[in-house]
Design a protein around this ligand. Structure first.
Ligand SMILES: [Zn+2]
Length: 226
């Protein structure tokens, strides 16, 4: 534990938050069993869910800590098989937390689409239309590379015939963002079942952006209009 230094307290807090978030993700139906993984950055370390443990049963002690190169520095299990994808998101996009899940709607649309179009203005929080990263074998450097590219200018991506990934400033916001992505996929799904959904254009999205600024932030996208 000595290696953790002053970051140890932050790490313990992130472990508790991450275990709670993992159970939330399972309870909200975003994953079945072990079909997802979560991580959060604590200084120079990343707390990440272990491989092979169902998220609904996860306890803080089971969370593994790795350094930014992926070397395990604390914990008993092995880090998630997608840990290099998670670490890539921290390195390239400066994220605070990452959630990857085989969420049902997102996974289904990732079998069909090349991009999830902007069918609702709340998708601006995801960066606009959500790209679908090409299929590659789970846990590989190739999957990490194509998924990181799909996240360019976005906070979410679908992964073809696999699942979805989001990142945010902290783990609670990342879980909310995964729920938003799954909801947007559900909206598209239902609309597309009846016809060809209208999508929002650049001008309409720019107007949403201006309104968010005027109202003081992204909270405006989450119900301040109620
Ligand atoms: Zn996966």
């Amino acid at each position: 534990m000595g290696e953790l230094g002053g970051g140890g307290g932050d790490l313990e807090r992130e472990r508790r938050r991450l275990a709670h978030a993992a159970r939330q993700v399972a309870a909200r139906g975003l994953v079945v069993g072990t079909a997802g993984n979560l991580s959060a950055r604590a200084g120079e370390l990343v707390a990440i869910t272990p491989t092979g443990v169902p998220l609904e049963q996860l306890s803080p002690e089971q969370i593994v800590a790795v350094d930014l190169a992926g070397v395990v520095v604390d914990g008993h299990g092995s880090p998630s098989s997608e840990h290099s994808l998670h670490l890539g998101v921290y390195e390239r996009y400066g994220a605070g937390a990452v959630v990857h899940a085989h969420a049902p709607m997102a996974t289904a649309l990732g079998c069909l689409l090349d991009e999830l179009p902007v069918v609702h203005y709340q998708m601006l929080e995801l960066g606009g239309a959500v790209r679908v990263a090409p299929y590659a074998t789970f846990g590989t450097a190739e999957l990490a590379a194509v998924t990181l590219d799909a996240l360019e200018g976005r906070t979410a991506a679908l992964m073809a015939n696999h699942g979805a990934i989001v990142y945010a400033g902290d783990i609670d916001a990342a879980v909310e963002r995964m729920l938003l992505l799954e909801w947007a996929c559900s909206v598209y799904w239902h609309a597309a079942a009846l016809g060809s959904p209208r999508t929002l254009d650049e001008r309409q999205l720019a107007a949403v952006g201006s309104e968010i600024v005027r109202r003081g932030g992204y909270g405006a996208l989450r119900g301040e209009e109620r």
